[in-house]
Design a protein around this ligand. Structure first.
Ligand code: CA
Ligand code: CA
Ligand code: CA
Ligand code: CA
Length: 390
């Protein structure tokens, strides 16, 4: 089994390490657990300190030199064999010089396993280990470990959760009211993240909507401000454009369609098509005969615009003689109509919407009961005889 001698640069002389290495070599040959034990021994004695640290920007082309172990760290530059133990597939090491290079596999800070879950704002490190074997003296290989700080570049564009963002704003909202706009995200770090938002509005919306960007723990929060009065019955949606820019250089940005849907409020009462209604019905019309339809309209939406009709201030005997269909407004004969008993039926019809706070209006209805000559003979005219109405 190959044995490895762990070398920590910058923190202690090689001699002391070599000594420790010799002492524990026997242990190491027993099993892998021994290697772990050795690490613990070094740790407990304070010999492991900050190792080698290189810095490189993410997404560098293949074969970009990250560091030269031999020259940078004062390691032998001839007669030794360098081999990468940990760090593939992002790194490769020149066997002779110990130079560390990037590979064909790009080092993407935003997808590196070690960096994905890191706390925001913390640097991203890729760990590596290189073994060094002395080819001339045939000594046990030594292990060099270090870290590469993968630095951010602005390679991500702010993205909104969807190309069309919809927010609902009730009509008649008071001026200055704020509505949250969905955030854009940018996977880069700190200054390369989302830095600002802009709102682009056409002439129909520019006076009605504005943008306010709040900030919470470094995160920008875009909010739509209502600047003018909104009337759904006039216009029920506005299409704006929201743009997110990051703080990189050059800046990256993207836009989304921000659709403001004006939600209905019950701000309209039903309106009758006529101020008053008049109709005639012949007496003795059968029960169920339709006499008249009243009709009101309500420009609100859903229940706010659904209308129910009822008779109002209908004194006896009207409620016994007529009924109204609540949803259609059609008035039907309900009981026997007798002109001799009552010739004019007058009452109001109320139209009420089904909004949470209903609005209503009323109209006045006059129905004349017409004669059907059920009292014969009507008139006797001397010399002519009996006249019967046609
Ligand atoms: Ca970015
Ligand atoms: Ca980046
Ligand atoms: Ca209404
Ligand atoms: Ca309305």
């Amino acid at each position: 089994m190959r044995t490895l001698e762990r070398t920590e640069r910058q923190s202690h002389p090689k001699k002391s390490l070599a000594k420790v290495g010799n002492l524990v070599t026997d242990f190491m040959e027993l099993c892998l657990g021994a290697v772990l034990l050795w690490v613990l021994v070094l740790d407990c004695c304070g010999w492991v300190e900050a190792g080698i640290l290189y810095r490189v920007q993410e997404e560098q082309p293949p074969s970009t030199l990250i560091g030269s172990l031999a020259s940078d760290q004062g390691l032998p530059d001839s007669g030794h064999l360098y081999k990468l133990e940990v760090g593939a597939p992002y790194l490769r090491v020149d066997g002779k010089t110990g130079d560390i290079f990037t590979t064909e596999i790009p080092m993407d800070r935003e997808t590196l396993r070690d960096c994905r879950s890191m706390v925001r704002g913390k640097p991203c490190f890729l760990e590596f280990e290189v073994s060094v074997t002395d080819l001339i003296h045939n000594q046990s290989p030594r292990l060099i470990e270090g870290r590469i700080e993968v630095q951010d570049i602005n390679d991500n564009t702010p993205q909104f959760p969807s190309p069309v963002l919809t927010i609902s704003v009730p009509e008649n909202t008071h001026l200055g009211a704020l509505f949250s706009i969905p955030l854009a995200t940018d996977r880069d770090s700190e200054r390369n993240r989302v830095a600002d938002y802009a709102l682009i509005a056409g002439p129909d919306a520019a006076t009605l909507f504005g943008l306010q960007v709040a900030e919470d723990r470094g995160e920008k929060l875009p909010q739509l401000i209502v600047l003018g009065s909104l009337d759904r019955e006039l216009k029920d949606s506005y299409d704006l454009t929201i743009k997110a820019v990051d703080g990189g250089n050059p800046q990256r940005y993207s836009s989304a369609l921000l659709r403001v849907v004006v939600a209905d409020a019950n701000d309209n009462a039903p309106k009758f098509e006529k101020a008053t209604y008049e109709a005639e019905v012949s007496e003795n019309s059968p029960v169920g005969h339709s006499v008249l339809q009243v009709k009101a309209n309500d420009s609100d939406m859903g229940p706010n615009g659904e209308i129910e009709y009822t008779l109002h201030q209908a004194l006896d005997p009207v409620p016994k003689l007529l009924r109204i269909d609540r949803s259609t407004g059609i008035i039907y004969v309900k009981g026997p109509l007798d002109r001799e008993e009552i010739s004019d039926l007058t009452f109001y019809v109320v139209a009420r919407d089904k909004g949470p706070q209903p609005k209503s209006s009323k109209t006045f209805v006059t129905i004349q009961v017409t004669d059907q000559n059920d009292n014969s003979p009507a008139v006797e005219i001397r010399g002519i005889g009996l006249v019967t109405p046609q």
